[in-house]
Design a protein around this ligand. Structure first.
Ligand code: A3P
Length: 291
């Protein structure tokens, strides 16, 4: 398995690689024809930017802090990816509003109904060096991903976008460009780490919920890395070790800001910075990691 190539494990959809185990042409066609509701809530992320975390936070905001959904339903069913096989089986049209979804799709991959209906979107961004640092062990522990090779090799693939869901730069630039066309809130993984309570309040206002201080604190406490990691409905321990080998690297790995400093050499940082500078030169957004 460790030697399987992109051609064997992935297929291309609208110019990006996606793993065959999780997606199919049918699953993307489901997304293309998906009838959104205006009160749907969609979290959009580039992989390894806080998706699983959002699948804990949003259901708890909507349930007013009632733990039942997060303690009884796996993250991938309580807040499913719209582009995965699994979405086809979940009877999403039967779910009461507000429905909660995640997607890793680029802006240009979103279907017609999305632009007509304008559901609420929360776009979570993370320092790409930490995204890289989180991705590297993930590609090695997930059987459906191409083995990352050496760190230098994987760095070139990451910077080039020949990884699943394509380029981080294109993903972020595409969704930042969405500002006026869709109902969108931007937040970063870093903001969530630095002040989880304030982030929960910000998200809950955006989705039209007002929580008491007590409930906000209860949610923040449960969603802290060390606590959430104990939740078997969210830590991927329900997935067989043949698919996700958590002995190699845990899915909820470290949950910190700046682990790239332990991962990248000086040369790799310089290489990253030069590509970052070039690819982001036309972006005006103030990223917390650039400050
Ligand atoms: P690390 O590998 O840096 O630890 P995604 O869910 O988009 O795949 O992102 C996974 C990353 O989010 C992992 O980063 C994981 O540990 C982190 N993460 C998940 N839950 C978290 C939480 N409650 N607090 C902080 N980080 C969390």
């Amino acid at each position: 398995l460790g030697n399987m190539t992109e051609a064997e494990l992935y297929f291309s959809y609208k110019g990006v690689y996606v793993p065959k185990l999780i997606h199919s042409p049918e699953s993307f066609s489901f997304l293309e024809n998906f009838p959104f509701r205006h009160d749907d809530i969609l979290v959009v992320t580039y992989p390894k930017s806080g998706t699983t975390w959002s699948q804990e936070i949003l259901p708890l905001i909507i349930s007013d802090g009632d733990m039942t959904p997060v303690l009884t339903i796996p993250n991938w069913d309580r807040m499913p990816w719209l582009e995965e096989h699994r979405a086809l089986k979940l009877n999403l049209e039967q779910r009461p509003s507000p429905r909660l979804f995640v997607t890793h799709c680029h802006y240009y991959m979103m279907p017609e109904s999305f632009f007509k209906v304008k559901p609420k979107v929360i776009y979570i961004m993370r320092n790409p060096k930490d995204v890289f640092t989180s991705s590297y062990p993930f590609y090695a522990m997930a059987s459906y991903m191409v083995n990352p090779g050496t760190k230098d090799e994987f760095l070139e693939k990451f910077l080039d976008g020949t990884v699943i869901f394509g380029s981080w730069f294109d993903h972020v630039k595409g969704w930042l460009g969405a500002k006026d066309q869709v109902n969108i809130m931007y937040i970063s993984y870093e903001e969530m780490i630095l002040d989880l309570r304030a982030s929960i309040t910000k998200i809950s206002h955006f989705v039209g919920k007002s929580l008491t201080q007590e409930v906000t604190e209860k949610i923040a406490d449960h969603c802290m890395f060390t606590n959430m990691k104990q939740n078997k409905m969210s830590n991927y321990s329900l997935v067989s070790s043949e698919i996700l080998d958590q002995k190699k690297s845990e899915f909820l790995r470290k949950g910190v800001i700046g682990d790239w400093k332990n991962c990248l050499t000086e040369d790799q940082v310089a290489r990253f910075d030069s590509v970052y500078k070039e690819r982001m030169k036309d972006v005006n957004f103030k990223f917390i990691w650039d400050e």
